[in-house]
Design a protein around this ligand. Structure first.
Ligand code: SF4
Length: 68
């Protein structure tokens, strides 16, 4: 099963909760103050971290999709 992470960067408020909850998958761009997606397709082992990161976002702009 393959998962895809997307971030609506227009709506990202740079709270950095995603990076704190899932540092392997998200970072913050110091220049823009917005999130950077480090891994678009997390592995099975990273699934829990991806879900935690998405849940942690106060702006609710991280989407997880099952793509196969
Ligand atoms: S937690 Fe949400 S709003 Fe905050 S930086 Fe991450 S994606 Fe952006």
């Amino acid at each position: 099963m393959t998962m895809k992470i997307t971030i609506d960067l227009e709506a990202c408020k740079g709270y950095a909760c995603c990076m704190m909850e899932a540092p392997d998958l998200f970072d913050i761009d110091d220049a823009t103050g917005k999130a950077i997606l480090l891994v678009e397709h997390p592995t099975e082992d990273q699934r829990e971290q991806a879900e935690r990161g998405a849940r942690s976002c106060p702006a609710n702009v991280i989407t997880l999709q099952q793509i196969g």
